[in-house]
Design a protein around this ligand. Structure first.
Ligand SMILES: C[S@@+](CC[C@H](N)C(=O)[O-])C[C@H]1O[C@@H](n2cnc3c(N)ncnc32)[C@H](O)[C@@H]1O
Length: 235
């Protein structure tokens, strides 16, 4: 048997084994959820849970990606007009569920730039959820605060989904962050700011700043029963 054929045959067997193994795991997950823990310097213990054939990413107190969080962001995107959007900035890649929603459910074909501080999360997004960079999808491992301060591109839509477990890091509530952020939003642009109802985030100073800078600001409470989303439209 020629050597190349042998390699091809082994690769085929390996792929078949992995696919069969994954299929068995998905079937079993309808009866017993399968959980794997991952440790990260930034986010502490994260859990990947395969349940009813679907994997979700959770932190110790909240859903990070592909569960209710994905539905919260889908609801938020439905509130804005995506048709004129060409350039979207996502602060907080997580497992990348909002990228999946934009590409698959809204058939969004434009550019996406996603910023994520945690390399472990970027690795999970790629290897567990297939979120990989391509010509229209840029994934950067960086602190979102530094990115907003130093990058000089403008975006049509900014989605802010920054959590460490169930807390939004304080610096993303500062006027300084919002001043820099608003300078990055194109005319007619939108902002989606995802927060939790419990622990709640006081968004009033941000709403006031947005209104002063020519944005309409709407707050949706108890989205999926848990989240408070601020949506701003520039007019
Ligand atoms: C709820 S998850 C994001 C979920 C994601 N938007 C999705 O659609 O699946 C929150 C993410 O914010 C990231 N994060 C927290 N602080 C950050 C920072 N300073 N800069 C960039 N990312 C940060 C966390 O590592 C975590 O991955």
């Amino acid at each position: 048997m020629p050597f190349n054929f042998l390699i091809f045959f082994i690769t085929l067997l390996k792929t078949h084994f992995i696919e069969t193994n994954n299929m068995i795991k998905r079937i079993v997950s309808y009866i017993f959820p399968i959980t794997r823990k991952v440790n990260s310097k930034f986010n502490g213990y994260l859990e990947l849970t395969l349940s009813n054939g679907k994997t979700v990413l959770n932190s110790s107190k909240t859903n990070y990606s592909y569960g209710s969080l994905q539905r919260v962001l889908k609801f938020s995107i439905e509130q804005i007009d995506l048709s004129d959007k060409e350039n979207i900035l996502i602060l907080g890649l997580g497992g990348g569920s909002v990228i999946q929603t934009l590409r698959k459910e809204f058939a969004y074909k434009g550019k996406i730039t996603a910023i994520e501080i945690d390399p472990v999360i970027i690795d999970l997004a790629e290897n567990e959820f297939g979120i990989v960079p391509d010509d229209n999808t840029l994934i950067l491992c960086a602190d979102a605060f530094d990115f907003v301060r130093n990058d000089d591109h403008k975006f049509d839509l900014v989605i802010i989904d920054l959590f460490i477990d169930d807390r939004i890091p304080e610096k993303f509530l500062l006027q300084e962050f919002w001043r820099e952020l608003l300078a990055k939003v194109e005319n007619n642009g939108n902002i989606i700011f995802n927060t939790l109802c419990n622990p709640t985030t006081n968004t009033q100073p941000i709403e006031a700043k947005l209104k002063k800078r020519g944005f309409d600001a709407f707050v949706y409470r108890y989205v999926e029963g848990t989240n408070k989303v601020l949506i701003a439209n520039y007019h």
